[in-house]
Write a protein that binds this ligand. Structure first.
Ligand code: ADP
Ligand code: ZN
Length: 743
């Protein structure tokens, strides 16, 4: 490592600039770009990341670095470049980017606990004792109080993080005899108890072979490689191609990242990757959001030390610190969960493409329903296109039948949940011992509680949406902020006993289906029924082994699952996603229908799909019905071009919010005036308008939408305009570049 005299760092706490420090002789051998250091900052010390090593500095009165944290630089130059790009593109301070790049547990000084400390109270906690302590040592009292609320011992690190208290306070409490510490080794490999059956490469069919050849060519000439869009219908063998491409990368001494949407990081998926690369125990590191801090720490070091050559995980895995990266796979590249909805608001697919460019490696974007952006890039030649048109073994695409709910309504009043045709189809499958999936993208029992006398609905007090009735907890709940309320007996507005439930969610579908088919085993899979960590895995296992006849669920069951015995899929209401005020509504509906339908007929028997809808002739539904991606793409593209939406223009969505409606509005309008001056006619600047979701978590929200082609320039201009404007204390402004949430 080069000898360092000065370093430039980014401090973890958000200050939005880089600072220089002196490096004492004794430390100079140990710092490099990416090292973590402790430096004096204002009156205290702070943790920071080194972004440059300098031989001189213009700054005056430089202070020396206090300590180097850890041994090796944690971030490579390439990852730092990536961080800088994200900061500029997504209009976001680099400190916030660093927080996504380095997991919390790695950023802290106390890394590397092999054994972990657990805390519990020493005996029963007496309230009076807490109060007495509060006068002498308020922080210890706070900690003791937090402990008293727990039923089981807690990891010391978790307790301190949750209470924002420090280790010293905890030690003092222990010394006082009020708390006990216990060291415990934690089993961290979340898959340690599983056996993986080793598998080897399958013999590829001609289409697969062609696609793999393209990828291998790119691996051998990474300098000039373009991103490869792998467009293959559901069940066409994309995953097999990923596996063989990774193998080829490993054989060339390089490593690989596989990104999957969180929702499809199922045991099934992990098994396929671990099984194929079973030759080395640690070859595959899995990074998912349910890892404990210790597990996350271990997986990260497994990758950083080079023991793991493959990292698989959801969007943040795009930052996995692999050396000699050769390949990044983005599976289901069209998925919205790749977009992070908090700062930095990055899209992992786009970050993957940029990282691949920086690291000179190959990137594969795979999907049965590519995003309009990616497919457009493939048709214009920016990406290469590889297509798989056939399912493996000539399995048929499922037959899609549209059920017009308007006609069903006329026939039968209560038909809205299960049409006659869908009911008959389910009965037929039950008879043949085949399985059914029923899909509805809405949780709960009834979606609103209305008064039939005065028409008043029970809305969330904090958000502008109706509360959903959940039968299992017998309460109303807000799906946006989590507020819950008791079910009133009478209408609180008019006092009449005239409340009725309207609309329905998965809970009601489950109960209706169980009622109609009392002999069938029906299970529900959604965020409400899957709160236990193991529930998801257990349900999938029972479904696979045929213990469940009908599985009802939300998007949790729409993706990536492979169950050969499923021959029927019912889409209870295809219109739900179609009528949202969002330019991607049509695209999402097409993708969702195609993906859900792809769950049917993956075994020997062909599949059948029933799509229930009130708008049977909408293009998204018709194109999905005929498995016509090209037709759908063409008409959607024309619409986007006509309206100046992506992929023709980039968009930036600014949200201005405040608990005070007037102040939010005024700030938004002022910002628009400012932007008008600085943007010029090159960009399309919208007015400040109330957001479709006007109120969320007690905050009033206003939107400003800007569109244009030169996104880097636009990002910079927006940043500068914001920096110059002093907003009132209680007004928050967020900037979302390439937004996916327009509500
Ligand atoms: P996709 O990722 O496109 O949905 P998969 O890779 O999951 O498709 O393939 C679907 C099924 O076909 C899997 O069970 C897989 O093992 C099998 N498969 C894939 N490629 C081949 C092949 N070349 N020969 C035989 N079976 C294959
Ligand atoms: Zn709410």
């Amino acid at each position: 490592m080069a000898k360092a005299n000065y370093i430039r760092v980014i401090i973890d706490r958000a200050i939005y600039r880089e600072l220089d420090y002196l490096v004492p002789e004794a430390l100079s051998e140990r710092v490099g770009v990416g090292s973590r250091v402790r430096v004096p900052f204002r009156e205290k010390s702070a943790l920071a990341t080194v972004v440059a090593v300098l031989d001189h500095s213009e700054a005056k009165g430089l202070r020396p670095v206090e300590a180097v944290v850890g041994d090796a630089p944690t971030l490579s130059e390439e990852l730092l470049d990536l961080a800088r790009w994200i900061s500029a593109y997504y209009c976001c301070p680099i400190e916030a980017v660093m927080r996504s790049l380095l997991p919390q547990v790695i950023r802290r000084a106390e890394v590397g606990w092999k054994k972990q400390l657990f805390v519990q109270p020493a005996g029963k906690i007496d309230i009076e004792e807490v109060e007495k302590l509060r006068r002498r040592a308020p922080r210890q009292a706070e900690l003791l109080e937090a402990l008293s609320r727990l039923e089981t011992p807690i990891r010391a690190a978790d307790l301190l993080r949750q209470t924002s208290l420090d280790n010293q306070t905890l030690r003092a409490l222990v010394k006082r005899g009020l708390a006990e510490l216990r060291e415990e080794a934690v089993v961290r490999d979340p898959h340690a108890d599983e056996q993986f059956v080793a598998t080897s490469n399958l013999v590829l069919n001609p289409e697969q072979l062609f696609a793999l050849k393209e990828i291998i060519q790119a691996l051998d000439l990474p300098e000039s490689a373009r991103p490869i869009l792998l467009h293959g219908v559901t069940g066409s063998g994309k995953t097999e191609i990923y596996l063989q491409a990774i193998r080829a990368a490993l054989e060339r001494g390089r490593s690989a990242i596989v990104l999957v949407p969180e929702i499809s990081l199922t045991p099934q998926t992990v098994e396929r990757f671990k099984g194929r690369f079973a030759e080395a125990q640690d070859a595959v590191a899995v990074l998912h959001s349910h890892l404990s801090e210790g597990e996350r720490h271990d997986e990260w070091h497994k990758i950083h030390s080079g023991r793991a050559r493959i990292a698989i995980g959801p969007r943040s895995a795009v930052f996995a610190p692999l050396k000699n990266l050769g390949l990044i796979v983005v599976d289901e590249e069209h998925e919205n969960t790749y977009k992070q909805e908090e700062a930095p608001r990055y899209h992992a697919r786009d970050v993957a493409v940029v990282r691949a460019k920086i690291e000179k490696c190959v990137v594969i974007l795979g999907s049965a329903t590519p995003s309009l952006e990616s497919y457009h890039n493939a048709t214009t030649g920016k990406y290469r296109l590889a297509t798989l048109t056939q399912r493996i073994d000539e399995k048929q695409m499922p037959l899609m039948r549209i059920v017009d709910l308007r006609q069903e309504r006329r026939k039968e009043k209560a038909a809205a949940i299960l049409s006659e045709k869908l009911r008959a189809a389910i009965a037929d499958r039950l008879e043949k011992s085949e399985q059914t999936i029923l899909f509805l993208n809405r949780r709960g029992f009834s979606t609103s509680l209305l008064c039939s006398n005065c028409g008043e609905a029970r809305d969330c007090p904090n958000c502008s949406v109706a509360l959903t009735f959940h039968r299992h907890m017998a309460r109303l709940s807000c799906h946006l902020c989590g507020h819950t309320a008791a079910v009133p007996k009478k209408c609180p507005a008019c006092g009449k006993d005239a409340l009725i439930y309207a609309g329905f969610g998965t809970e009601k579908v489950e109960s209706t289906v169980s009622h109609i088919f009392p002999k069938a085993t029906v299970r529900r899979m959604d965020a409400d029924s899957m709160t236990r960590k193991e529930a998801y895995r257990e349900t999938l296992r029972s479904f696979r082994t045929g213990k469940i006849d009908i599985l009802v669920g939300t998007q949790m069951i729409a993706k990536g699952l492979h169950f050969p015995n499923v021959t029927l899929v019912g889409i209870i209401n295809a219109d739900l996603s179609l009528h949202l005020p969002d330019f991607r509504a049509g695209e999402r509906t097409f993708q969702l229908l195609t993906q859900v339908a792809g769950r049917a007929g993956r075994g020997e028997t062909p599949g059948e799909v029933f799509v229930q809808t009130y708008t049977p002739f909408s293009p998204s539904i018709q194109f999905a019905r005929h498995h016509d991606f090209a037709g759908y793409f063409q008409q959607e593209l024309e619409f986007r071009e006509r309206c100046d939406f992506p992929p023709f223009k980039h968009a930036i969505l600014i949200t201005v919010r405040s608990a005070h409606e007037g102040r939010a509005k005024l700030s938004a309008e002022t910002l628009v005036r400012r932007l008008k001056e600085s943007l010029g006619s090159e960009f399309i600047l919208g007015d400040a308008t109330p957001a479709p979701l006007e109120k969320l978590q007690g905050q009033f929200r206003f939107h400003i939408l800007i569109r244009g082609e030169a996104i880097m320039r636009l990002s910079r201009l927006v940043r500068e305009a914001l920096d110059k404007l002093p907003f009132p204390e209680d007004v928050t402004v967020t900037v979302d570049v390439d937004p996916y949430q327009l509500l």
